[in-house]
Design a protein around this ligand. Structure first.
Ligand code: KIV
Length: 260
């Protein structure tokens, strides 16, 4: 087990896991100072590519962005999402997980659970590739957004699912939009850390989409906290640049590469 994974596992006992998404080097470089985990999430499908959902983002696109992100990370654990359709059976999953690791030099991959793919997770972990699981609202498999674990059947199903993912060898698990009680029970039950998104303080850590917390995505459900309106800051800078070009205030002599 790598030192980075060990460090994440230790957070089960004390501290909180800080995690955010990145799709490029420049963002990853800033996040790296403050995050334990940086995820190249398939959320890039909607955030970057304006796709309706995450279902059609390709493996090549995820790999391309991951290669860029890798260049910005020095210390955080880098996790790459396996896109939908790239882990339909153990053989395909192992082949694609190995390809992601080889091309991107990431530390681990993330797989969304459909409550059936435990053997697939096991095949990847047995190939010595660390896996982060993902349960609750899993956008690759659920079309409509809904809080998970509200009734007894759902609650019990999620607990069993989390336990089976741990048994399959995952080193951590994302709990997306599960009720606080579901998060509490799963976090207490599992030995591996839970990382919540819209799943309460009971989790061992939190993850959010970076563009959401920066006010760039236009997507702000209740579980997102917008820390800054970066869209307004960018607009202000672009407006000033536009004005300066039009009024010939830019470029100045000091911006010339040579002569006057
Ligand atoms: O794709 C993603 O960004 C994710 C996180 C929101 C957990 O899966």
């Amino acid at each position: 087990m790598s030192k980075k994974i060990k460090k994440i596992l230790l957070k089960k006992k004390s501290g909180k896991i800080v995690s955010l998404t990145a799709y490029s080097k420049n963002f990853a470089k800033i996040l790296d100072k403050y995050c334990d985990i940086i995820l190249v999430g398939d959320s890039m499908a909607s955030v970057l590519y304006s796709m309706e959902n995450t279902h059609t983002i390709s493996l090549e696109t995820i790999i391309q962005h991951s290669i860029s992100v890798r260049k910005g990370i020095k210390k955080s654990l880098m996790v790459v999402d396996m896109p939908k359709g790239t882990y339909k059976n153990p053989t395909q999953a192992k082949k694609n997980a190995k390809l992601i690791i080889k091309k991107t030099k990431c530390d681990a991959i993330k797989i969304e659970s459909n409550n059936k793919n435990f053997k697939i997770i096991k095949a990847i972990t047995e190939a010595k590739i660390p896996v982060m699981g993902h349960i609750g609202y899993t956008p690759q498999f659920k079309d409509k957004f809904k809080v998970q674990g509200k009734n007894k059947a759902e609650f019990e199903k999620l607990i069993k699912e989390a336990a089976l993912i741990e048994r399959a060898g995952a080193f951590s698990i994302v709990l997306e939009c599960v009720t606080p009680n579901t998060a509490k029970v799963i976090t207490n039950l599992l030995k591996i850390p839970t990382i919540g998104i819209g799943s309460s303080l009971h989790c061992n850590g939190q993850i959010l989409v970076t563009d959401d917390i920066l006010g760039l995505s236009g997507f702000y459900p209740k579980f997102v906290k917008k820390y800054v309106n970066l869209d307004r800051i960018i607009e202000k800078a672009v407006k000033k640049y536009s004005k300066e070009v039009k009024t010939k205030l830019f470029p100045k002599n000091k911006n010339f590469l040579y002569g006057k």
